[in-house]
Design a protein around this ligand. Structure first.
Ligand code: IVH
Length: 668
């Protein structure tokens, strides 16, 4: 065959293959059998082998053309890839709809409702219809160049279909790379059979697969993609999101089949319910729905915040409860000796996070739920974060389950365990290594003596190696001892010693908090420091003196007093004093109590203070800063973009003030 003839034939084959790719991968409606398709592809390969000059990067044979990389290059996105604000409650959707209509000054807004695909967001660039670059979201501005890997996804056309809509000079589109649930399960099976750890969920599998440095490996992973957004284009003007979606599918970029429109919050809520039911039948994961204002000029009017558009919201599904089994119950010893039973679970993916432990709180909880070792249970995540056992599936019991009782002796130090209200406590105090480690970590924590480089892990090591036998030993650490440990090098040892030195100058309030007296949090510690002015005075305080103080009730008074009567504690304080901790000898210069008895709440962002700073100032002047709206709040300080607290505060008729008024009250 002559080259001229080959050119024609090759072009014809490619066209045919692309057409069948589109029917198969995008429309899910093939016209020819796999054997016939393979034949076409083989023919094309043969011709390209004969005429290697005629191979082009967009040829269907070139999906796995890339060579392995050492690392991914970076790509600046055509426009920042924003993320979405999210809502979980229907109320939040009511407010979203209200805000949009208020800001647009119209009662008529069309929303486009789409499934929220749970995968990995990518940007694809097509120039004159040719796929030229694909990147991951990265930090939203710069992502990783995964062009070669994206080419291996069969649903991604290497050339846009041009028959029906004009192809712009450049178009940047956004979509979600996913792995189908079935494919994920098979893939995990294969991993386990080959001795590898299984992956937690399809999203992690998709992300890991797309980020292989060798595109051949990505090609072996069954990835798929849905497109949902035209991010940028040259030579194209779109008026609505629906029109954008229409362009995408006409170009052969597959969009999701469950997209609908709604006009108000009720419509959105109905769609959410419908998709939540549908979710169970889908062969890919969705974790909510995405609601977008349809008209682009409305979108532009509404604008965006730094990381998310103000015209869209993700309305998430409540996190799923998953079934798993309790393999054992272990007992954790807290800073003040409280024993907490913790369920050791057969690892299970709950809403994208692998959960293998869940607190069972105390013996009463265990008894009331009747949780036993070996039980099958449902596990959820409280507030979408903390794992919790929500249900025991008693019908699955086989009689071999074992009841659990808090041990009579501390599992760490063997001391007696005593009952204290609903809790059981180890009586070992700081002779119990578990309590010692937690006390030291608390002493060094940010709100306390703020000793950088002395986090939980280092404390663990230093206690295990015998360098810290009591809290005051922190001030006996020296560089040579640290250097003898495997985790410390010259620089890290110096850093730790330096931050220990720095902590000697922290103020009295921090020191009192650092002592870890039960019931004495940061705020109470500040009140005590202000009231007594020195540690010596505080040590002498009688319960009667303490309860006189506003905000100090009998429980706190009792805790403080019994702490001061304990000789071990006094000895520790003396050690620290002689080792140079200044707070102990300091007589604090008390600031005036101008805000005594006043409670503040902050909402929205302040421009002249950080939230923490503002709270600290209020507390230094004797006031309180809280985060829950209630009748007890005296002032609500409202910054930019206030949250729902502002509305609640207004409903309660609380006094709302702006930042300037707040400064006046502080006397600044
Ligand atoms: S729109 C400016 N639509 O959800 C528009 N995102 O935080 C931004 N996602 O990172 C995205 N399905 O990866 C949009 N139909 C959909 C989506 C979707 C899934 C992902 C996306 C984004 C995350 C939201």
């Amino acid at each position: 065959m002559q080259e001229k003839e080959a050119i024609k034939k090759i072009e014809q084959l490619r066209k045919e293959i692309r057409h069948h790719d589109y029917l198969y991968y995008v429309l899910n409606n093939p016209e020819i059998s796999d054997t016939k398709y393979d034949k076409l592809l083989r023919k094309l390969k043969e011709l390209e082998e004969k005429f290697p000059k005629l191979v082009t990067p967009d040829s269907p044979t070139q999906r796995v053309g890339g060579t392995p990389l050492d690392e991914f290059g970076t790509v600046r996105h055509s426009k920042p890839m924003l993320s979405l604000d999210s809502a979980i409650k229907e109320e939040e959707i009511l407010r979203f709809d209200e805000r949009i209509k208020r800001e647009l000054e119209t009662g008529e807004v069309v929303y486009v409702a789409e499934p929220k695909l749970d995968g990995l967001s990518v940007e694809l660039i097509y120039e004159n219809g040719y796929f030229v670059r694909g990147s991951t979201r990265g930090d939203g501005v710069i992502g990783e160049d995964v062009t070669e890997n994206i080419k291996t996804i069969r649903t991604v056309p290497l050339i846009l279909r041009s028959s029906e809509k004009n192809i712009p000079k450049m178009v940047a589109v956004r979509g979600e790379v996913i792995m189908h649930i079935k494919d994920f399960e098979n893939f995990n099976k294969m991993l386990v059979e080959n001795g590898y750890q299984p992956l937690a969920n399809p999203r992690n599998a998709a992300a890991g697969s797309l980020r292989r440095l060798n595109p051949k490996e990505t090609a072996e992973r069954p990835l798929d993609i849905y497109f949902y957004e035209i991010m940028d284009s040259q030579g194209l003007s779109i008026e609505t999101q629906l029109e954008g979606l229409d362009y995408l599918s006409k170009w052969g970029l597959r969009t999701n089949g469950f997209i609908e429109t709604c006009n108000d919050s009720q419509g959105i809520i109905n769609y959410h319910h419908k998709m939540e039911e549908k979710r169970e039948t889908l062969d890919y994961e969705i974790d909510g729905v995405v609601i977008k204002v349809n008209k682009i000029d409305f979108q532009e009017k509404l604008g965006q915040k730094s990381r998310s558009p103000r015209w869209a919201i993700a309305f998430k599904f409540p996190s799923r409860k998953e079934e798993t089994q309790i393999l054992g119950i272990t007992v954790q010893v807290g800073r003040t000796g409280t024993l907490t039973p913790v369920a050791l679970l057969k690892p299970v993916d709950v809403g994208g996070v692998t959960v293998s432990r869940a607190s069972l709180h105390n013996q009463d909880f265990v008894n009331i739920m009747d949780v036993r070792i070996g039980d099958f249970v449902k596990v959820g995540r409280a507030g979408d974060v903390i794992p919790e056992v929500t249900e025991v599936i008693k019908s699955k019991r086989n009689g071999k389950e074992k009841k659990f009782y808090i041990p009579k002796n501390c599992p760490v130090c063997g001391s007696n365990v005593v009952k204290d209200g609903a809790y059981y406590k180890c009586a070992g105090g700081l002779s119990c290594i578990a309590q010692l480690k937690r006390s030291i970590a608390h002493f060094a924590s940010k709100g306390a003596m703020d000793i950088e480089h002395l986090g939980r892990k280092s404390v663990e090591l230093l206690v295990d190696e015998g360098l810290l036998k009591r809290v005051s030993d922190i001030y006996r650490l020296n560089k040579e001892d640290l250097l003898s440990l495997p985790r410390f090098a010259e620089k890290s040892a110096e850093n730790l010693i330096e931050s220990v030195e720095k902590s000697k100058d922290k103020n009295l309030a921090r020191f009192i908090y650092a002592l870890g007296i039960p019931n004495v949090g940061e705020h109470v510690a500040r009140v005590l420091a202000d009231k007594f002015g020195s540690l010596d005075k505080l040590k002498e305080a009688k319960i009667e003196d303490l309860v006189q103080i506003f905000e100090i009730g009998p429980e706190i008074a009792e805790s403080v007093n019994s702490f001061s009567r304990e000789p071990n504690n006094l000895e520790e304080i003396e050690h620290m004093k002689s080792l140079g901790v200044n707070a102990i000898s300091e007589v604090s210069s008390k600031k005036p109590d101008t805000l005594m008895g006043k409670t503040f709440l902050f909402t929205g962002s302040l421009t002249q203070f950080s939230r923490d700073e503002a709270k600290r100032i209020v507390e230094e002047l004797g006031g309180r800063a809280v985060s829950l709206v209630s009748k007890n709040v005296d002032y609500v300080v409202v910054g930019d973009n206030p949250g729902s607290k502002y509305e609640k505060a207004r409903k309660l008729n609380l006094e709302c003030i702006d930042e300037n008024k707040f400064k006046q009250i502080l006397g600044k």
